[in-house]
Design a protein around this ligand. Sequence first.
Ligand code: ATP
Ligand code: MG
Length: 714
Amino acid sequence: RKGDFMDLEAILNKEQAEAVRHTEGPLLVLAGAGSGKTRVLTHRIAYLIEEKGVFPSHILAITFTNKAAKEMQERVAKLLPLESGGVWVSTFHSMCLRILRRDISLLGYGTDFSIYDTDDQRTLMRQILKERKIDSKTLRERAVLSQISQTKNRGGNAEDYRKASEGDYISKLIYDCFTLYEEKMKKNNALDFDDLLLKTLELFQDFPEVLSRYQERFRYILVDEYQDTNDVQFRLIYALAKKYQNICVVGDDDQSIYRFRGANLENILSFESQFPSCHTVKLEQNYRSTAPILDLANAVIAENPRRKEKKLWTEKKEGKKVVFREYESGEEEAREVVKTIRGKGLLYKNFAILYRTNAQSRLFEEQCINWNIPYQIVGGVNFYQRKEIKDILAFMKLMVNTKDDVAFRRVINVPKRGIGDASLAKLEDYGVNLGGFSLMESLPFAKAAGLSGKALSEIQKFEEMVEGWKEEALDTLIERILKDTAYEADLQSEGAIEAESRMENIHELEGKLFSYIRENGEEASLSAFLEEVSLLSDLDRSDLTEDKITMMTLHGAKGLEFPVVFLVGLSDGLFPSSMSFGNEEEMEEERRLCYVGITRAEEELYLSSARRRMVNGQSQYFKISRFFEELSDELMEKNLLFTPKRSEEELFMEESGRSYYNSYLNNARSSILTYQGRSGGGFSGGNSYGEKRAGEKKNVFGSLDSLKQSGLLQ
Ligand code: ATP
Ligand code: MG
């Protein structure tokens, strides 16, 4: 079709262009990894605006992470000569959050509700278990929360849980805790992550005029990674798209890897029957990987019995053969992987080390530190879950949502104010009798509630302090909180180095606040800031400019791409996880995860396993992963029990590195976890693969010197 303003054929293949041009009516793009699904979405947004004259504000695009959302927004902006700012590009959660901020009062909540992360949920549930005198041997808070989440992901409530359960002793307890949890959440004016979706759905169901407003607004809806949506997400999409039916979803059933979080593969498999007028496009050319990598990926996933057959081919016929190496031990595996990276002389950002579980990062981290190689671990301990960050945010939350008892309890004795459980219980009871007052709201009645002496005076000071902060300008708020609470002095009691790294984190939060204020100008508000950070994960704290190796779990790597990938820990029992043994569905999911891992690689792929590794402090022996055991030698070069030679230099580095590493880990580790990675959809500029590291040949003593300078190596 000539006459388009945008020359789609120049930047997309025939099928991709077809998907972009099919703007009216339901569209499913079902295609394998690296075939340009995400790229289709960004071009489609640009096309709608540029060619079809659709208002940016009539478009809703949903991505899997906030980071992907941000990149999609940037990418679209690049494709368009004019403003595209009005497009809503967000995750399901942030979309729902925006909707609820506006309309949740219809459901009886205040619009300044708090959002509880897993940590807050656990705190609340522990409190509930304590109140109900259920000890942790009978029922753990995680077990209850997991049942609650599973129920909510299917769109259910406590009643639904009760009906579906066996009615045995434990499920009765869970039902009781579930009910109480919901009551307390409502009283605290708080929502958990699952609630964000669920309450939005409730809003749409109970208030058709609200739904209708959003149906009019979002006339064009696009969803990336559709294979990992859950039931509630499907219903949200279905409701929103019902009127105009301009819904485009892209995904790959072979990459559905979030079943444990409620993802339902049925959503993508039955899309055509849910939307009968659906048009389907298949993409078959892979632009990401070389032929050897793609052949391996195809061979691995072919073992899954129930799947939609897909063919993937690539023009990159030339390519290095995939290498599989089995090492003697986990330590040796890590050492050799890092050695291979050192030997390549490429920029570090070309490399990703992917593993099944976060705990596996340790050995690789140790090697990077030994050799003074910059790296970043994505995931692991979430920045926003650190104690100091949660403390500061809890102070801020209290200013916004006075009903938040979890935030109150978190900080009432930070630093220690000597306000004991008994005093808090009195205050709480008094507040309840006043008519459902929260702890913060009950503070003015502390005396009447029976508090006296130090507890009373400290409570009064606390109240004045928090009141006082309301006058403070947003950009100086964190400094003020630190000063008024003498927070840093309190941290010092944990030790100077620990305190320093925690203060660094707080300053990073402050930096985040500053840039938020810069970006939002007049519009900036504390509640909107809290909202923004509440949904962020480590994956979102990216810095694409830094030259570092990326280490992350396979789950975290979804949608991303790297020139050289190391898939490590390919031992049977580790990956696939022994938890999937004997369970067909789980095994299939593990295999899909493996497919996701392989297809992250652009140019080179290294697979490895260790025959012996430490598990829970014990040495265990492993066979190589069943996913690779029976594959033919043509697909990869297999080296079983590969024994590398080690140079004097390496032996020396190991000796000296270990002591450094140990002290380093204890001290500074928490402050260096940042994220960097290249992501798919053509987000990154040029391919940096092949770019050499400048002045890279550092000798051993050079790096040892730097260890000494840092004061951590005697
Ligand atoms: P995944 O399943 O892993 O999410 P995907 O299908 O979303 O992958 P993209 O990430 O969109 O694939 O694309 C993979 C890579 O191929 C990107 O670097 C992208 O820029 C590139 N690519 C896609 N289509 C084309 C094309 N027509 N021409 C050139 N490069 C392309
Ligand atoms: Mg993608």
